[in-house]
Design a protein around this ligand. Structure first.
Ligand code: SAH
Length: 248
């Protein structure tokens, strides 16, 4: 099992595979006031930027799990580059159902709540790895503006309006699940651009080098229509944030 190759092409230059920047990730790390030695589990860890930089900046330790072989290799290389390979490790595998052997202080799933079948399921999954009083991090989209039409829903790559909540609804949902929201760092349109617009140059450069690849037509189509669609839909209608939760 592996992540589809097109994702690794789109996000080949990305260290953070979500609409928050490295700066916002650092803001979050500081906001959480992590004690040195904090043990973390990061499900769907991507290329490992959160664990690696927090290991460097806050002496966090722990494990990331991701289904992409390419991203997992990059995460290991990043840990070595930052000199934290003895603090954090990356496992290639399916994070759905993954539970830590020993309860952790910080359990995260940033931008991949499908691994638990949605927000509630992922909160439940992470809760099984978290020690009492520990911090949970969930990264999740929300509607900035309620989508007025089916066209907008589909333009945001959602199956239905119910795929996401508005920000107050999402925060309320965490409460309904028995958690206090104790911190949050939200994307803005500029940080969305750093995630989304940065994909276009990756794809264009790749296409120029690989015109005969089996994915070339798909990449060409995405370059032709993606930027307008993003400007019309995602950038206007979809927000995104990382929410820190503690069980009540
Ligand atoms: N949290 C990281 C990556 C988010 S992108 C960051 O913020 O940078 C979503 C990630 O989910 C990708 O790295 C993808 O490979 C991973 N993923 C998707 N399905 C998965 C699964 N079932 N188990 C583990 N990882 C998964």
């Amino acid at each position: 099992m592996d992540l589809r190759r097109i994702w690794t092409l789109r996000e080949s230059s990305h260290r953070v595979h979500n609409p928050i920047t490295a700066d916002k990730l650092a803001v979050l790390g500081r906001a959480l006031r992590l004690a040195p030695g904090t043990r973390a589990l990061d499900l769907a860890s991507g290329t490992g930027e959160m664990l690696c930089t927090w290991a460097r900046d806050h002496r966090v330790t722990g494990t990331g799990v991701d289904i992409s072989t390419v991203f997992t290799e990059k995460a290991r290389a990043r840990a070595a580059e930052l000199g934290v390979a003895d603090q954090v490790g990356f496992v290639h595998g399916d994070a759905a159902g993954y539970v830590a052997d020993t309860p952790v202080d910080l359990a995260a799933c940033v931008g991949a709540t499908w691994i638990g079948g949605g927000v509630a399921g992922t909160v439940g999954l992470l809760g099984r790895s978290l020690r009492p009083g520990g911090l949970m991090l969930i990264g999740e989209p929300y509607w900035r503006r309620t989508p007025p039409t089916r066209e907008v829903v589909e333009g945001c790559h959602a199956g239905s309006e119910d795929d996401f909540r508005t920000l107050p609804e999402l925060i309320g949902h965490f409460g309904d699940l028995g958690y206090d929201v104790v911190e949050m760092v939200l994307a803005d349109q500029d940080s969305w651009d750093r995630y989304q617009a940065a994909q276009w140059l990756n794809l264009r450069r790749w296409l120029d080098r690989n015109p005969d690849d089996e994915l070339a037509a798909e990449v060409r189509a995405e370059l032709s229509t993606g930027p307008v669609g993003y400007a019309r839909y995602t950038r206007e209608y979809l927000g995104w944030g990382v929410f820190a939760l503690m069980s009540r």
